[in-house]
Ligand binder design. Structure first.
Ligand code: ZN
Length: 355
């Protein structure tokens, strides 16, 4: 498996609201012939002005990642943190972040917490909060921070370089949520171009998912799909749980959720997709999620209502510096999406309505 595109996508800098680097990468790595367009929110569309055929299906993946923004600059040069997306505080100390300065350069900083030597008993026993943490650029004054071109509002992401271990079908890196989905979406759109399906397929690489599922609200209104297929990098739960509690295992195929906090997946579309996986013998997993949400949430409620399913590529340690994902799961996700698109038609879509 060629992982060079995944490498470029996951190494790219793009916290929620600051996706321009990722968006600008798309024209260089997309190999299909459909037209690319971007909007002012950093949403990227593939094939937006396509010929209107019977059925329009939106394929979505978000291009942003979790990161932070500088919330204040202390007199001693330490930077406060405002989260762009969901983070767990105890994953942060001693980790390196890249902060983009006003010239577009990346400056390294380490997340510092108070050393144990200076902590009181009370400080040791209380939980870690984000406002106990600072990013240290190795400077000693606010003036030095200014000279580096950094100030409040400067965005940052984890400094992590992608690695592939093909002999173990394993990928390691940052931003697998959702750049693995972006790579899968591109591959699906390129592959189906040769199949001449009787469908209008529009790609949506949406911004600000981690900032509150915002870009997809705009892209769904713009695309006006009949149906949607959302690609995600979704949390694997097999490090601390075993089945049946664990429902999203590494190397077991994409996860199709029946429900999460933002969507009750259309039962007809969900069972149609699961049926295709069974028929084509493609590994996949089913989950009932009481937490989390995806772009499926705004998309399925857009326009006149859009039956939507989510294909989640399992990622261990999502929303932290280092994630693990499986090449097999990535491949099975692409394969399943293609088979679903091959099988969808007007009759299937009509069967999703009660009469
Ligand atoms: Zn995501």
């Amino acid at each position: 498996m060629d992982t060079s595109r995944i490498e470029k996508l996951t190494n790219a800098f793009g916290p929620a609201g600051f996706e321009t680097e990722v968006a600008r990468l798309i024209p260089n790595i997309y190999k299909g012939s459909k037209k690319l367009e971007a909007d002012t929110m950093n949403n990227v569309f593939i094939g937006l002005k396509g010929e209107k055929k019977k059925l329009r299906i939106m394929l979505d993946a978000h291009i942003d990642e979790v990161g932070f923004m500088v919330s204040y600059v202390h007199d001693n040069g330490m930077l406060g943190l405002h989260a762009l997306g969901g983070w767990v505080e105890h994953n942060l100390p001693s980790q390196i972040f890249l902060i983009r300065n006003d010239k577009g350069e990346y400056i390294r900083g380490v997340v510092a917490s108070k050393p144990p030597h200076f902590m009181s008993e009370e400080e040791r026993s209380r939980g870690l909060k984000l406002d106990h943490l600072v990013v240290d650029l190795g400077v000693s004054s606010a003036d030095e921070v200014r000279e580096l071109g950094i100030g409040i509002g400067s965005p940052m992401v984890p400094e992590v370089a992608f690695k592939a271990f093909p002999e173990r079908n394993l990928l390691m890196g940052k931003a697998f949520d959702c750049r693995l989905g972006v790579a899968a979406l591109l591959e699906v759109i390129e592959t189906i171009e040769e199949l001449n399906l009787d469908l209008e397929v529009v790609g949506s690489l949406s911004s600000q998912e981690e900032g509150g599922l915002r870009g997809a609200q705009v892209s769904a209104r713009r695309i006006e799909p009949d149906l949607a297929l959302v690609f995600e990098g979704c949390p694997a739960d097999d490090s601390f749980l075993a089945p049946p509690e664990a429902q999203t295992l590494l190397h077991h195929g994409p996860m199709l959720r029946h429900v999460d906090r933002g969507m009750l997946t259309h039962p007809g579309f969900q069972s149609f997709a699961l049926g295709i996986a069974r028929k084509q013998d493609i590994a996949c997993q089913e989950a009932v999620r009481s937490g989390g949400s995806t772009n499926g949430s705004p998309i399925h409620l857009s326009n006149a209502g859009v039956p939507t399913i989510v294909l989640g590529i399992p990622v261990r340690y999502i929303h932290s510096h280092y994630g693990y994902a499986s090449m097999k799961d990535y491949g099975a996700t692409v394969e399943l999406a293609i088979e679903i698109l091959k099988a969808i038609n007007e009759e299937v879509y009509q069967s999703f309505k009660p009469f």
